[in-house]
Structures are given as structure tokens and as C-alpha cells.
Write a protein that binds this ligand. Structure first.
Ligand code: SF4
Length: 315
């Protein structure tokens, strides 16, 4: 189903997170009113997933939330709504109200579940709040996505993996979708001040890709589905990034790392049989994946090539 994104930059966020400036990412854009959303949807011929992103949707006054949600009736039958929100604004009452609408997914900003990291980032919620919000939604049958981040102040791979295992425990046999974002330093944010005063060092592209690649590897093993890695490239994002692991193919780099971890999990030295469609995960971006495989196995890239059998899909 096609998506129609409506950005509500930092709408009703209970706190200003130190790394965030959604307005810089969305540029001069003026968010539409519910009435304007209705007008836009009524021109469509096919069902869509209407997505309210960029703010804390359920922190808005109840009436406004309901007007934005009810706008979906103007879209062709079968359309649904997805939105992102802050864990503090998911209560029993909120969840009950949401049941009246065709919600396809609730995306929660669970950038970390480490209370120290959360407090440094001014996220305004604790591990307990985050897990409680997720549980409330899952228990009532909502599809949920957790937006996780890497490279936040004092965060490390160990704490990210711990977050992932906490989410896996809460999830059980149910499904949670994950989105992974590397922490970028945007201009005019508190994080930029920390960077300029030497109190924060951003990850390099390689560090962040290895970190997210490791999370991807474990996420797959733990039964999560992953919907996005890295931020969408826009001109305004390009202009607002002052430092950090910003790379147009960040997702591909991270997926290559996860792929190599999978290969070395199957066999520490090879040989490996891989599908044709996965070859670029080793050879793309100047053989980034192959170099990592070489580092992991202690074998030269040339020697490794002889250990890889490509399964040609002839269908
Ligand atoms: S990160 Fe999310 S909750 Fe924090 S200020 Fe930005 S949009 Fe609001």
C-alpha cells in the first residue's frame, strides 16, 4: 500500500531531546490542519497508509488527535493510519481511544532503554515508561514499531544489545518492528553544544554501521522485523547535519555487517553458499562487506573469494 506522510514537526513533544530538530529536517514546511489532510485524502483513488511523523502524536490535545485520525474516512476504503509518538503519551485511555480508528502501526521513540542515556538526552521517559507503553499497545493487539538509536551520549553496543534483549523479552512470540537510526549532530541542537565543548564525540560511519549491523544480526535472530535503517535523505537534512555518521548508503553498510556476521556464524572460515541477490552485500561500497569478512576470518579478500559459492537463481 502506498504511503502518504504528513509531518507534524516536534508537535507537542513533552521535552526537547538534545539531538532533535525536526524543523530543520522538514525545512520551511508548514504542517497541514486536519481539514487540509481531509482535502488531500479525498483526491486519492487507491487506499493509502496515512503516516503522521515527526512529533509526539498522542501528546496532542485529544480533540486534535481525533480530528487527524478521523481524516482517514476521506481516503478510499481500506486505508489506515500510522503515527509516531512519545512513550509518555501512551496510557490505557489513549489506547482505548485509538481502537476506534484503523491504526496500522504505532511507532514509539524508544531511542534507548538505558536510564542514564535517556536522562542525558533529555528524553523525558525511563526504561520503565518505555516498556510499559510498548506492553500496553501490544497487549491490546496494536502493531508496534520501536525507533532505536545508536551513538547517543554514553551509550555503547552493550547497552544497545541489552535494550534489544529487553524488547525481545517483552515481545515474546508477538511481533515488534524496529527502526534503527544513528545519532547525528544537527545544527543548533544541545548535542551540537556538547560536541563543540568536547563533551560528545559522534560515531564514525564505520563505527555506526558495525554497531547497527550487529543489532540487525541479533534482531533477526530474536524474531524482530526491521523496517528502516538510517534517516531518509533530504536536502534539508543534508544542510542541517553538522557531524556524525551521515552516509547516503548507511543502511546498506549496516546490512553488509549483519550479513557477514551471519556468514561467520554459519562457518568461521567458509566455504559459504550465498544467493546472487546478496553478492552486493560483500562487493558493494568498495568491497566493504568483504573487507569486514576478511577482518573477521583473518583471510585475505582474494582467498575469501574462492570460499564463496554463488547460488544463481535461474527461476
Ligand atoms: S526526538 Fe521525538 S520526542 Fe524528541 S523532540 Fe524530537 S520529535 Fe520530539
Amino acid at each position: 500500500m502506498k504511503r502518504r506522510a504528513v509531518f507534524l514537526p516536534m508537535r507537542n513533544c513533552p521535552h526537547r531531546c538534545i539531538y532533535c530538530d525536526q524543523r530543520a529536517i522538514t525545512g520551511e514546511y508548514q504542517p497541514p490542519s486536519p481539514h487540509e489532510v481531509v482535502t488531500m485524502l479525498s483526491t486519492l483513488l487507491e487506499p493509502v497508509e496515512l503516516c503522521y511523523f515527526g512529533g509526539s502524536f498522542t501528546c496532542q490535545p485529544e480533540r486534535l488527535q481525533e480530528e487527524y485520525l478521523a481524516a482517514i474516512v476521506a481516503a478510499p476504503s481500506g486505508s489506515s493510519v500510522r503515527f509516531s509518538t512519545h512513550p509518555l503519551c501512551i496510557s490505557r485511555d489513549t489506547v482505548e481511544r485509538l481502537k476506534k480508528f484503523p491504526i496500522s502501526m504505532v511507532e514509539l521513540g524508544i531511542s534507548s532503554l538505558d536510564d542514564h542515556v535517556l536522562s542525558l538526552c533529555n528524553r523525558g521517559y525511563s526504561e520503565k515508561d518505555g516498556l510499559k507503553a510498548l506492553k500496553l499497545l501490544l497487549d491490546q493487539g496494536f502493531s508496534v514499531a520501536a525507533q532505536m538509536m545508536v551513538g547517543l551520549p554514553t551509550q555503547n553496543l552493550k547497552s544497545s544489545l541489552e535494550d534489544l534483549f529487553k524488547l525481545a523479552e517483552l515481545k515474546g512470540p508477538r511481533s515488534i518492528t524496529l527502526r534503527f537510526y544513528p545519532c547525528l549532530v544537527l545544527r543548533n541542537t544541545m548535542l551540537e553544544n556538547l560536541l563543540l565543548s568536547g563533551q560528545y564525540t559522534p560515531l564514525s560511519v564505520s563505527e555506526a554501521a558495525h554497531w547497527v549491523g550487529t543489532l540487525l544480526y541479533y534482531a533477526k535472530n530474536l524474531g524482530f522485523s526491521v523496517q528502516r535503517v538510517g534517516l531518509q535523505q533530504t536536502e534539508s537534512l543534508e544542510r542541517s547535519v553538522s557531524a556524525g555518521p551521515h552516509h547516503p548508503s548507511f543502511g546498506e553498510l549496516a546490512k553488509s555487517v549483519a550479513f557477514v556476521l551471519r556468514l561467520t556464524g554459519i562457518s568461521s572460515k567458509g566455504p559459504w553458499i550465498i544467493f546472487q541477490k546478496d553478492v552486493s552485500l560483500l562487493t558493494g561500497h568498495n568491497c566493504w562487506g568483504l573487507s569486514f569478512l576478511s577482518e573477521m576470518t583473518g583471510q585475505s579478500p582474494e582467498k575469501l573469494k574462492a570460499q564463496i559459492v554463488i547460488w544463481e537463481n535461474t527461476n
